[in-house]
Design a protein around this ligand. Sequence first.
Ligand code: MRU
Length: 349
Amino acid sequence: MRTVAIDWTEAGEVKLLDQTLLPGETVFLEINTIEGMVEAIQVLRVRGAPLIGVAAAMGLAAAARRALRDGDLQGGPAAVRDWLCRATTTLADARPTAVNLRWAVERAERAAISAMHDATDGEAAVVVIAALRQEAQRVWDEDAEMCRAIGEAGAERIPAKAKILTHCNTGMLATGGIGTAFGVIRVAHQQGKGIEVLACEARPLRQGTRLTAWELQRLKIPSKVIVDSAAATSMAQGRVDLVIVGADRIAANGDVANKIGTYGLALLAKAHNLPFYVAAPRSTIDPSTASGAEIPIEERQASEIETAAGMAAYNPAFDVTPAELITGIVTDAGVLEPPYEEAIREVLG
Ligand code: MRU
């Protein structure tokens, strides 16, 4: 099952659902430049850690095609390599926290460079374009498959009639498939477990009330939205049996960066003796980041927070949940349990 948030156009451009307009309007953009894709990622027209990886890889392929047409790849392998290096650096730097972005772009770059090895100088550009398209499709296909595996592994941890609290948006609007944490919810619902969902608003951009609510309604999953500050009282009132969230980066020791507010939910879950699960594909694990303290946290503009004109604001988009607050990390290779350092080493081979 694939996302509806992204596709190719017949001309090889990226067809992107503009998520800033949801749930009110369904508008698709056609993107075929690096600048266009960077803008879409930074403004959150496309968002969610796995999906920005997929989008960047697809954007790179589409932009290479356009660059050939515009004559920007003339000059043989050196010119192609130069274009590729600039394009991948710009894309990978579009947002700092989700490691899937850099992972997907570097993967596409490696595929392109390796394809050039076997080509004549005159063929370099055409070969690179084909390799980028093929690798982008692979990144997407694999992500959809990883979502399915996460959904099935995670659903085993969901008891019948569970009341599940989730945060931000982790569904098909955030991935190439059915989602990560949302994928678990979706599979558990399809298995007839009679689950109910509480979706946190996710201030300030309200991915919960705009996007997760949109997905929950489409799938007719019994659910309610709450403002972020209603999480504690919902737990105290027995309206929550477990929490499951996604991740933007998982460090080697199991610390997890995810949407701002996640850390607070983990602390609340501990205070109320509730399981707290994280669901993510292995592409979200970054073994080169030793702990959460090293994860770069994106700070966004004050203008995203409604306040008096000219008022300064501190607006971190993500926070870090320490590994010791996490009951299990649901991956496409099964559910990891503490101690995470060891489990992560094993699962990454
Ligand atoms: O700023 P966003 O909307 O890109 O943040 C998204 C999240 O924090 C998600 O929880 C995370 O990327 C996991 S998506 C499967």
